[in-house]
Design a protein around this ligand. Structure first.
Ligand code: NAD
Length: 508
């Protein structure tokens, strides 16, 4: 039976592998093998889902209070051992240890919010019945779906899948989690922590493997799939879900724009742009990839951004500004985008072709980038920003909206009214004003995109409802004065109904 090496935590509730297939998780900074993990096949994935279905009954029966207690214990266990989890994140992604620690902090905040707010958002409540149905008492509650299959990416291997896992668990579902093949250790770490608390109820199981294991999970009869990853894979997952009408929440890629108005605080905007564009080596779904700057301040902004970006030092040390490209083939994507932009006439403001030396990429700032270059149209996922000009915020919104993606965006201006108006017109799921990624740390706000960035929401009340089904119940309290739900309607009742309809709704 394939086993992980002793460098990672012990085996989780995942099914015992029967085949000899394994894969290695690597440290992208050194290429060193961290551990071997089993490739779970369709049969093993189906067995995990079957076990989850039983555990889901126990979990749902605990109710909101019971689940909250377990989720709070799990939260405490994760937070108390944060250094160990951050070390696994850093080893598997190559990101600096501070970034890994912040990732744990954000994930824990979301887990805390989801567990504390599920009862309020999803619990049974009365809703008004309306005049016509005044004899009914109407109640609404949100019930768990059953088993949710979570498929995760590697760039934020904890924060991102936990956006589905925490909310789906708080809503009363059991989880089978298929992490990215680049970051199986993070997934097993959190599942091990869960199973140390609740060893006899496989409410959270991890199945490991490549894309085929994810595909098997989608086809294993789960009640919903929560997918986070690239848009092309989301389309395959959606096609597979269509076969069984399995619902899907799809959190996909982005091409987020930052708009910098003429009155913006340019120092702050430039500092945020360097963080949003180059933090995590640009491997952030809602990172800054396109920047549109008002003509009057374009040069001043570019100078300030160049100053910030020039100070960044990518590398493998724990205190590096950012780490390597976690996914090796991403180096080629980034190279392709930089070369395409330069070939089409973009200016290399900072760095250029010489910045691309895998696995580390130095910061690249491209100026006046042609709209049809891939650096403007496709997700780059590297420490590269394209800085173009706009007349004003209205023009910037129009340019930002030319993307087929619509995940997040940011606006820098001192004019609150104009910022709010521009935010409304941006064709994205989220907007930060005078910061970047501000929305990602607010657990009560929903997270998700439009267009190629996907659909459905994690986080917030919408994220809890995403993993629930509404149950609408009416209870007749007394016989209706107008008895319309009968095969023997009286002429008098119909006359009054017609009069009510005209009086209430027919007077323009
Ligand atoms: P990916 O699409 O290559 O893989 C995502 C997951 O899907 C992996 O676990 C993979 O094994 C699995 N998979 C592959 N083929 C599958 C199939 N046919 N059926 C089911 N599962 C399959 O994405 P990635 O490279 O791991 O992640 C990077 C992408 O994720 C970027 O595009 C990034 O923008 C996006 N992302 C989005 C968000 C968000 O919240 N919107 C957050 C983080 C990352």
């Amino acid at each position: 039976m394939p086993q992980r090496t002793d460098k990672t935590p012990s085996v989780t509730e995942a099914p015992a592998p029967t085949s000899a297939a394994t894969f290695a998780s690597l440290d992208p900074r050194t290429g060193a093998v961290l551990a071997e993990y089993p490739v779970h096949d369709a049969e093993q994935v189906a067995a995990a889902v079957a076990r989850a279905r039983e555990a889901a009954v126990w979990w749902a029966d605990l109710g909101f209070d019971g689940r909250r207690k377990w989720l709070q214990k799990w939260k405490t266990a994760i937070a108390a051992d944060v250094r160990s989890l951050a070390a696994v994140i850093a080893a598997e992604t190559g990101k600096p240890s501070d970034d890994a620690l912040l990732e744990v902090m954000l994930a824990v905040e979301h887990l805390d919010w989801a567990s504390k707010n599920a009862a309020k958002v999803l619990g049974r409540r009365k809703v008004p019945s309306g005049l016509v149905s005044a004899n009914q008492e109407s109640t609404l509650q949100y019930q768990p779906l059953g088993v949710v299959g979570v498929i995760g990416p590697w760039n934020y291997p904890l924060y991102t899948p936990m956006g589905s896992i925490s909310y789906a668990l708080a809503a009363g579902n059991a989880i089978v989690f298929k992490p990215s093949e680049l970051t199986p250790g993070v997934a097993t770490w959190i599942a091990d922590k869960w199973n140390a608390l609740v060893p006899n109820q496989p409410v959270l199981q991890v199945v490991t493997g490549l894309g085929a294991t994810g595909a098997a999970l989608v086809e294993a009869g789960v009640d919903k799939v929560a997918f986070t990853g690239s848009s092309p894979t989301a389309k395959k997952v959606m096609a597979a879900c269509a076969k069984t009408l399995t619902p899907l929440v799809a959190e996909c890629g982005g091409k987020d724009a930052m708009l910098v108005a003429a009155d913006a605080d340019l120092d702050a905007a430039a500092e945020f742009a360097a963080f949003g564009g180059m933090g995590n080596a640009g491997q952030t779904c809602a990172g800054v990839e396109r920047i549109f700057v008002a003509d009057q301040v374009y040069d001043a902004f570019v100078d300030k951004l160049t100053e910030h970006a020039s100070r960044l030092r990518p590398g493998g040390a724990p205190d590096a500004s950012y780490g390597p490209m976690t996914l090796e083939r991403q180096n080629d994507v980034v190279r392709g985008h930089v070369e395409d932009a330069l070939d089409k006439g973009a200016r290399a403001v900072l760095g250029g072709r010489e910045s691309l030396h895998a696995p580390y990429i130095d910061p690249v700032i491209l100026g006046d980038v042609p709209e049809d270059s891939t650096a403007m149209t496709e997700e780059t996922f590297g420490p590269i920003v394209a800085v173009n000009r706009m007349r004003d915020l209205e023009d910037g919104v129009e340019k930002a909206n030319r993307s087929s993606y619509g995940l997040g965006a940011s606006i820098f201006t001192k004019n609150k009214a104009q910022a709010v108006a521009a935010a409304e017109k941006l064709n994205t799921g989220m907007v930060s004003i005078n910061s970047v990624l501000g929305f990602a740390g607010v657990p009560s706000l929903p997270f998700g995109g439009v267009g190629e960035s996907g659909f459905g929401r994690i986080h917030g009340a919408d994220g809890l409802r995403e993993f629930s089904r509404p149950k609408a119940v009416t209870r007749q309290k007394f016989a209706a004065p107008l008895n319309l739900l009968t095969m023997q309607r009286r002429a008098r009742d119909m006359k009054i109904s017609a009069w009510m309809l005209r009086t209430r709704h027919g007077r323009g």
